[in-house]
Design a protein around this ligand. Structure first.
Ligand SMILES: Cc1ncc(COP(=O)(O)O)c(C=O)c1O
Length: 388
């Protein structure tokens, strides 16, 4: 009954693990969730108030498909303030979640005979959606010893005249790594020889760099702007995963098609949520800074404690809220470790294989949980590792 390409869709294991953890929870088991990738903070009150006010003020109807004009202007200001970049509001498409920009980029650029390159290990939806379009989904490596950056020479060696999209993600899920500036520069230079190849830069963790590092958006490369799609959103930065709000910045030549796709798929984004989104961008940013500081302190804790465990080696996350320790020395497939930790220890994590074949030696722990819970989980993991 289903079209052939439906069989090419994969899933995001984080949601399966969440469902299993919740099932165990409802049976009375205490589960510490280090699985799902969402901040354990509440959306700030002024953002919630803006949505309530919008509803009370009668904003119950459709909005323009690309997003409310004031919200888009607010995004222009956001890029100037936070990243020092000028963007044109006519190139912004506000969408129901960062994932939608990802899907649209691949639907607009992928088809049989074309290639899409994605990071492995990387966010699982890249490979899934790329394959769904009928394109060849081709992985490129990110290297633990480079802080989980790619090597430009490796990506460039995979490019052909049929490569239409390269997906980059920094800070990265699941690794917590970030791409090296020197490698990004070398890649952008190398792309001069491949004018038909676009770049999707997934910058959803842009405001979650640690140790004072500033985000380097790919928008800073003028030469890339006519084929660069930037994906970002409110989910992680403002603890708004359930609001379903994201944005894309599209090249002038693609924004028309992307907007048409939006009209075909979802018409526009939830109206009151867009008022909340504007309040998030324009209001106080203390909650973002506090959240980043909390994640950094937990990063230090998780990094230090994991490395003190026999058989576990953890690179220091540079951003986002994930640790991606190498557990190959435990001598067990990462999926088995995931299952034991969940079923026996009551700790939800995600096997590295859920993020691509190159994740086999790793397991992802989200530190979007309280220090107390993280310590309790690490105590149990440490005791288990020592018992092997
Ligand atoms: C790298 C990356 N990109 C995009 C997304 C999707 O974000 P959203 O929940 O806004 O759709 C996620 C969510 O986990 C992510 O980790």
């Amino acid at each position: 009954m289903l079209a052939h390409n439906a069989s090419l869709l994969e899933t995001e294991s984080a949601f399966d693990v969440l469902a299993r953890a919740e099932a165990l929870n409802s049976n009375g088991r205490r589960i510490i969730n280090l699985g799902i990738g969402q901040p354990d903070f509440k959306t700030s009150a002024h953002i919630v108030e803006a949505a309530i006010r919008a509803l009370k003020d009668g904003h119950h109807g459709y909005t323009p498909a690309p997003g409310l004009p004031n919200l888009k202007e607010s995004l222009v200001g956001y890029y100037a303030d936070h990243f020092g970049q000028a963007i044109d509001s006519s190139q912004i498409l506000v969408v129901p979640g960062g994932k939608v920009t990802m899907a649209f980029a691949m639907m607009l650029l992928g088809e049989p005979g074309r290639e899409i390159l994605y990071p492995d290990p990387g966010f699982p939806i890249y490979r899934s959606m790329a394959a769904y379009t009928g394109a060849s989904a081709l992985p490129y490596a990110v290297h633990e010893e480079l802080g989980f950056s790619f090597k430009a020479s490796e990506i460039l060696s995979k490019l052909t005249d049929n490569t239409r999209l390269i997906i980059l993600n920094s800070p990265g899920n699941p690794t917590g790594g970030s791409n090296l500036d020197s490698e990004v520069e070398a890649l952008v230079a190398g792309l001069r020889d491949f004018p038909n190849c676009a770049v999707l830069s997934d910058e959803i963790y842009a405001r979650l760099h640690f140790d004072g590092r500033q985000h380097q958006t790919l928008l800073k490369f003028d030469e890339l702007r006519d084929r660069l799609i930037v994906l970002d959103g409110w989910s992680k930065t403002y603890a708004m995963t359930g609001w379903r709000l994201g944005w894309g910045i599209w090249p002038k030549t693609m924004i028309g098609a992307a907007t048409k796709l939006a009209i075909n798929v979802h018409s526009c984004v939830n109206a009151p949520a867009q008022f909340a989104a504007q309040a998030a961008l324009e209001g106080p940013q203390d909650a973002v800074d506090d959240m980043r500081a909390a994640f950094q302190a937990r990063r230090d804790l998780v990094h230090q404690r994991l490395n003190a465990m026999p058989g576990i080696r953890a690179a220091k996350p540079k951003g986002a809220f994930y640790a991606f320790p190498n557990i190959s020395a435990l001598g067990m497939p990462s999926k088995q470790v995931q299952d034991i930790w969940l079923e026996e220890l009551g700790i939800a994590t995600i096997a590295g294989t859920s993020f691509g074949d190159a994740g086999a030696d790793y397991i992802r722990l989200s530190f979007a949980n309280s220090t107390e819970n993280i310590n309790e989980a690490l105590d149990k993991i440490e005791a288990w590792v020592k018992s092997l």
